[in-house]
Design a protein around this ligand. Sequence first.
Ligand code: SAH
Ligand code: SF4
Ligand code: F3S
Length: 468
Amino acid sequence: MSDTTSSRAESSPTRDLPKSPGSAFEGRTFYIKTFGCQMNVHDSERMAGLLSAEGGQPVSEPQTADIILVNTCTIRDKADQKALSDLGRIRQVRKDGPGTILAVTGCMAQREGEEIFRLVPDVDLILGPSQIRNLIPLLDTAAEKNSRVDGTLWPVPEMTTPPALRPPGVSAFLTVQEGCDKACAYCVVPATRGAERSRPVGDILQEAEDLVSMGYREITLLGQNVNGYGKKGDTAGASFPELLQRLSEIPGLLRVRFTTSHPMDMSDALIEVMATAPRVMPHLHLPVQSGSDRMLEKMQRGYDLKTYRRWVEKLREKVPAAALTTDLIVGFCSETEDDFQQTLSAVEEFRFDGAFAFIYSPRPSTPAHGWGETPPREVSVERLERLQKRVEQQSMERNQSLVGTEIEILTEKWDPETRTAFGRTPQFLTVRAIVSPDQSDPVPGDLLTVHISQAARAGLKGNASPHA
Ligand code: SAH
Ligand code: SF4
Ligand code: F3S
């Protein structure tokens, strides 16, 4: 999962959601700023959905908002710093007056708890990712009490489906599983998102059908370990591969994606459904983290490189077209140059189609916090650069190998002036395709066959095939 700052869910009114009559939020404006991974982006869409259903109006600037929500990430120290600096800016520009609320939500709020009130004195309310379904009562309580409210102390509500206000488009996020029961030594997520739980299969299918009827054509299933779906929670016995199979049978849903998968939750059945269900896209994001067994053990990942390799081999055998992407950490406790060389060799061997690489950042409330023995900062920076350079070279080589081929994209945007369609390949590569004037204009949601003529590191360019 990437954790880039996102503006997707900050935005503007999109779909009409049913409104509660006479709600206290009628006509009140709200602004949401989102940091972190796709799950956070979708959590913001859910919070926007809850507020809209109560009559709230989204706005794109904090200055004009009655309610400000800053949805934070805390995966690395840098994420905390970004959120705190944004909060510093927002508190200067926020509206004054009765009924205005500044809330800090998300993983940093959960981890820091009431320390947030000290770090950012103007904050009225904090809540963690598990309390999103309590958003409205929490805001009510904060407004009524006119005092600080710590929602992280409220009980975790049932896994119902809050309404979500998604940006209009072709592709939508859908959370199928929350929390994490693994215990990777470096990772704060089990502490911020709580125990693993899966949504009932019927709720997921219903939400997917609703999304298709709203015009979405692609769904990305989200979960910390999405392929662990069904292990815990009332899923009526459905496993993740079964869920994928059933989603792929929904009429009008052209593409199903999923992220992030964990090597320990892999199964032959998952690879099988990727091989046999044409609408399940051939892309597996399977974080390996390190190529050194010593590091993997210290990280408490639960697998060794041999096990990871077995899954990669199976995937490539059954789904030869599949893209494989990964996450990598350098500079973990006691990492030596030899450990790092093994990570480089793993990159050489697996030829990932993409990788997010990070320098280890010690996190409070994680097992590895305090273990120390991290390499000097400049060593880790240099390792990260070497790793990223190699991954980029490989992406470039892979993209160049696609020149001259025909690939199907799902059109996400269409610019009639330049006659350019923008979309993604099944493997999730971005493509810009010129559509000649004698071809009909595509609309977002159309599948388009593109003859690839140029490759850059960031994506591909080409021409829509005439028969499209
Ligand atoms: N559940 C997913 C990962 C979620 S966090 C999995 O297990 O694969 C996304 C990525 O952030 C991780 O894969 C890891 O590479 C990175 N990450 C997590 N904690 C980190 C830390 N303390 N320092 C640096 N990178 C970290
Ligand atoms: Fe973090 Fe590990 Fe859980 Fe992924 S599996 S969220 S890295 S603890
Ligand atoms: Fe996501 Fe960051 Fe939380 S990566 S799960 S928002 S700590």
